[in-house]
Design a protein around this ligand. Sequence first.
Ligand code: G3P
Length: 495
Amino acid sequence: MTEQYIAAIDQGTTSSRCIVFDHSGSIVSMDQKEHEQIFPKPGWVEHDAAEIWTNVQEVVKGAIEKGNLSKDQIKAIGITNQRETTLVWDKETGEPVHNAIVWQDTRTDKLCQELGSNVGQERFREKVGLPLATYFAGPKIRWLLDNVEGLRERAERGEVLFGTMDSWVIWNLTGGTHVIDVTNASRTMLMNLRTLAWDESILDAMKIPAAMLPEIRSSAEVYGNAVGYLEGVPVASALGDQQAALFGQTCFNVGEAKSTYGTGTFLLLNTGTEPVVSKKGLLTTVGYKIGDQPAAYALEGSIAVTGSLVQWLRDNLGLIKAAPEVEDLANTVDDNGGCYVVPAFSGLFAPHWRSDARGVIAGLTRYINKGHIARATLEATSWQTREVVDAMDSDSGVPLTELKVDGGMTANNMLMQHLSDVLNVPVVRPVVAETTCLGAAYAAGLATGYWSDIPSLRANWQKDAEWTPDMDSELRDREYAGWNKAVQRTLGWVD
Ligand code: G3P
């Protein structure tokens, strides 16, 4: 028999990718395509879902062709995706009724305040594990229902369907299966974390008709078989990208954590089969659910802007031509010169949850040059991680002893060293740093018998690089105090 592989599709914020993996969890081939970022107004971010589906089809084909594989060598397809990004489409035609509203979009700011009514942003936290914030899908659905003409009536009649990007990709791949995986559902604010079902009282409060919602399914099971190019191949997993990375990093035990450095940064800690409700501004979310097995929960620190701050230096300020150049520019100076960049472009996410915040560059003097700005840009990623780790230590009662990292920014040596310095723990990166796709592949492989069980996947994890702390504690405290002062300057910028 010819060798079999798993294909994972990652429908991300800036691009769609497909990676084909073999049984050892190694990459066989991949393809990737960026899509347009649409910014109709300050704070608004949209994607064209039709463009995304076209790109997904192209990268699947591209990855298979680049690997010189035949379609019948693909045992199963796994899906992972940018989370919270919200789409509504027509059930008959499959046409989106509006561009997808992206997770970074802040248009629901006022709506979130109203939904908090007298109770405030913690109104639904006990049930859904999340604060009321623009980040999540529920308020975005409500915005569409309130602003697209006739949509509410169509939704009530069951003529239009809501989905996150996993739902959209599965719907198109299978020719019309309307499902959402439980990890993505846990980012809508509409799913009860304990029952893993849509919560009627929250649907009522948010005025969202149940008829438009997908069926909630586990992260690893066959949702249907593909139609089109991969005709007949089982579509067998879906996880939000950060949960997929947790799975790909094999953080299967309580207390194991990973942090993914992409557009934003997301640190997830496996807390086991009971949800832990945060007191420190972290999110409680479903980590994964493999078929009929109980769900594993996670605490999450979500940081909206890290890699995208480097892109902003490149695209909006023109300080660098390509993102990797930021390290060389930062290396032209010895330190940040007292300068801090707090990239509150979408407000501040964890642990602050302040949608009224906007970015600042603080501590400017005539001495500061572009090298200092580049350095402060990279350091912003470490300090934001430090804030999340402090909250995590406090919520879980167990200090972090090591951080597994992945994502594009982990190629930046200066940043990884600074991260280890400010966290004061070792930072380790695996050989296969594409953990998001790997996690989706693992889940699809488990659902179809390609891999036998979860423990066997651990053997595939191998260390590629490690950074150990090398910073004087006084300096660390002084710098952290500077960062905290700069954060204070961002708050209350928007009324
Ligand atoms: O919650 C947002 C997150 O899923 C986006 O991830 O890697 O596509 O920026 P990424």
